[in-house]
Design a protein around this ligand. Structure first.
Ligand code: IMP
Length: 431
């Protein structure tokens, strides 16, 4: 039997509109899974005119009756998790619908303080522009093999034993290196013990559960957070997040294997945005970039920061398609380009007078490149009501075809507005 596992990943620097695509795919999905990152993500879904932003929960929570999983690859901030649960309607809060891996790591209060203190210490020229959600410091503890996992919260004695030396060390770092106040043991331990009690009903061996579900032919959707160019290994290091955001992370973050995959869906915005620091060759600091930000509502869902905006970067996208093994593209926010005039597309970079067709390894090189643009005609007719590709203005159709040809990956879906129904299905959706 053919596997029924779809993997959805961001193809650029995040904020591609993955939440909306997950929501569109959701109708025939049985299980939604988040597998990396944490509450740094901000997945916005607009359903029935209502805007919902998820940071930790899979976007599939909006579908009643479906199972949602937080895999072992995540770093979970229990406070944020419980806040998001509380924001759901009573029906959506059904415990049987949500399972957390006991292997996932816990974002503790000291991780968040450290994240912010480290950013401050890095100063203007060196800061990463993190979301301040404690993501990096939590993954550091995971790989240092001193992190607390969800399972550790479930047993008060184990928690005390593990937390005691850990907090002593963290307090040394907080006070001596960063001039912060130490955290009293009870102020960390007591809430963590409480989290354990509250989370216990959700904790399950989700790797085993997923294995059974996949073997039974259930339709599983693996929901990536952030995006390939923010990948800890393959992204624009050090201006990246601390997890494996490209397709490969889905396996370490769930326990599934590459053989389980049916297809990889890469979500790409029709232009480029980036939040935080780091190179972005096509950033447009003129009126055009401002228009993209205004028309696209480009402000961070997690931090509210204005996103940096610019033209589509095909060099970065080609790299991303190969890295993720993308089978199909979900192209989002095409409507934002309406009325913008001629559309620029970056087809290569110029570096020290030479043409560069490949995404460079070195972030320093990427910082120094100049984009080489081709200009395509724009369109001015409103496309928000279009539901077939043929009904798009010719220039919009040509833009989509151009992207497909350059990337050599078919576009399976085009989003033309924020609402659930504002999309053109070109084969990605089954119905
Ligand atoms: P961190 O993940 O909070 O450590 O932040 C590291 C980098 O990733 C910063 O540039 C953030 O702006 C970026 N980042 C983290 N999460 C997201 C996201 O969901 N969308 C876009 N950028 C993100």
């Amino acid at each position: 039997m053919k596997n029924n596992v779809d993997l959805l990943v961001g193809a650029q620097w995040g904020d591609e509109g993955k939440g909306k695509v997950v929501d569109l795919l959701g109708g025939d999905v049985d299980i939604f899974v988040r597998y990396q990152g944490g509450a740094n993500a901000g997945h916005t879904v607009i359903a029935d005119g209502e805007k919902v932003v998820f940071h930790l929960l899979p976007s599939g929570m909006l579908y009643p009756g479906k199972l949602c999983i937080l895999g072992n690859g995540l770093v979970i901030d229990p406070e944020q998790f419980l806040k998001e649960i509380a924001n759901l309607s009573e029906k959506q809060q059904d415990r049987a619908r949500l399972a957390i891996s006991p292997r996932a790591h816990v974002v503790m209060p000291y991780h968040k303080i450290l994240d912010q203190a480290q950013e401050k210490a890095r100063g203007k020229g060196r800061k990463i522009g993190t979301t301040g959600r404690g993501i990096g410091p939590c993954y550091v503890d995971k790989y240092s093999r001193c992190g607390l996992r969800i399972e550790d919260l479930l047993d008060a004695d184990v928690l005390r034993d593990r937390l005691t030396p850990l907090l002593e060390e963290k307090n040394q770092i907080l006070t001596r290196l960063y001039g912060e106040k130490p955290l009293p043991f009870d102020e960390v331990y007591e809430p963590a013990r409480q989290w354990g009690k509250t989370l216990a009903p959700y904790v399950d061996d989700v790797a085993a559960l997923l294995r059974r579900a996949v073997d039974d032919g259930q339709h599983v959707l693996l929901e990536g957070a952030q995006a390939a160019l923010l990948d800890i290994d393959h992204g624009t290091y050090p201006y990246v997040t601390s997890s494996s955001t490209s397709a490969a992370g889905a396996f370490t973050g769930t326990g599934l294997s590459p053989h389980d995959l049916n297809r990889v869906i890469a979500v790409a915005k029709a232009y480029t945005t980036r939040v935080g620091e780091g190179p972005m060759p096509t950033e447009d600091l003129t009126e055009a970039g401002e228009t993209l930000r205004r028309n696209g509502g480009e402000f961070g869902a997690t931090t509210g920061r204005p996103r940096r905006c610019g033209w589509l970067d095909l060099v970065g996208l080609k790299y991303s398609m190969a890295l993720n093994g993308a089978d199909t593209i979900a192209l989002t926010k095409l409507d934002v380009l309406t009325g913008i005039g001629p559309i620029k597309v970056c087809v290569a970079y110029e570096y020290e007078g030479e043409r560069l067709d490949r995404f460079p390894v070195s972030t320093r090189v990427l910082e120094a490149v100049k984009p080489i643009y081709e200009t395509l005609p724009g369109w001015s007719d409103d496309i928000a009501g279009c539901r077939t590709i043929d009904s798009l203005p010719q220039a919009a159709q040509d833009y989509v075809r151009y992207i497909e040809k350059e990337l050599n990956v078919p576009v399976g879906l085009i989003a033309v507005g924020a609402d659930r129904d504002q999309a053109i299905n070109c084969g990605l959706l089954r119905s």
